[in-house]
Design a protein around this ligand. Structure first.
Ligand code: OAD
Length: 248
């Protein structure tokens, strides 16, 4: 997919915002080149599976075995994957920027962390932990979860993946609201902009005075909310954008 604009145009638009707070939102597109499928692209997960069966509390109640099999399979794919140049570039930005960088991800993989990023806000949860639906206890997810696995804390047979399903409230919304209110620059990377509340973050940051930038394979649903956009594979455009910001 060709880049629609050169990275330098996005970079030049950032003049004056360096060292001021940056908030970054990532989605499945940043992990696509690590071999993890996206949801809504052609051949994406939600074109092959019905999200109502696999990503809702009702689907889990109907058929926990099917849901756990799906998440066991995804957890295994994540374990096999490695961070790509985009994850590494964002970790470099956080290390070298010299100002606050908040990274919010909708992804449940740990590729940002494995690239060296600290303090990642996983608003849709993580594959790394299991959650007790009875008492809220969390523990390292085993390789394979089974229906009615007991909670190590309260023994209730209520273990579930620690991921946020449709109809549930995403995690860390207060911290996210604080970061968006202070952002001078908001950058959306590899997300289709279709799932709320994350899809509303660009508008919120812009209303609070931030410049907004989209780095995505193609224009997202939210394209009108961005001051600048750079389109192409994340492994190419994210390192270019980070280089530009650090050189600013
Ligand atoms: P989507 O699958 O909706 O969107 C992925 C975006 O990444 C698309 O806009 C693609 O164009 C873009 N993309 C694909 N490959 C790329 C690449 N190599 N480089 C850059 N961009 C690329 O995924 P999300 O927006 O993350 O939630 O989906 C949001 C939420 O919907 C997910 O967290 C998940 C899902 O249902 C839950 O399961 C609760």
């Amino acid at each position: 997919m060709p880049q629609e604009r050169s990275a330098s145009r996005a970079e030049s638009a950032l003049a004056g915002t360096a060292r001021k707070p940056v908030v970054i939102l990532t989605g499945a597109g940043i992990s696509a080149e690590s071999g993890l499928g996206t949801f809504r692209d052609v051949g994406g997960l939600w074109s092959r599976y019905d999200w109502r069966d696999l990503a809702t509390p009702e689907g889990f109640a109907r058929d926990p075995g099917f849901v756990l099999e799906f998440y066991n399979w995804r957890r295994e794919r994540v374990r096999e994957a490695s961070p790509n140049a985009a994850h590494l570039a964002l970790a470099r930005l956080a290390r070298d920027y010299g100002g606050p960088v908040t990274l919010i991800t909708q992804n449940v993989d740990d590729l940002h962390e494995r690239a060296g990023q600290r303090g990642v806000i996983h608003m849709h949860g993580t594959h790394l932990t299991a959650l007790c639906a009875a008492c809220g206890h969390r523990w390292p997810a085993p390789e394979v979860m089974h229906p009615r696995d007991p909670c190590p804390a309260c023994a209730a047979p209520k273990a579930r993946p620690d991921v946020v399903w449709f109809g549930e409230t995403p995690y860390h919304m207060e911290r996210i609201a604080e970061a968006l209110a202070k952002a001078a620059l908001f950058v959306s990377i590899g997300t289709s902009g279709t799932v709320y509340p994350a899809a509303g973050f660009a508008a919120r940051a812009r209303a609070a005075g931030a410049r907004t930038v989209e780095l995505n394979l193609e224009p997202s649903e939210n394209k009108s909310l961005f001051n600048e956009a750079c389109h192409g594979p994340a492994s190419e455009i994210v390192p270019q954008w980070v280089d530009g910001l650090l050189a600013d």
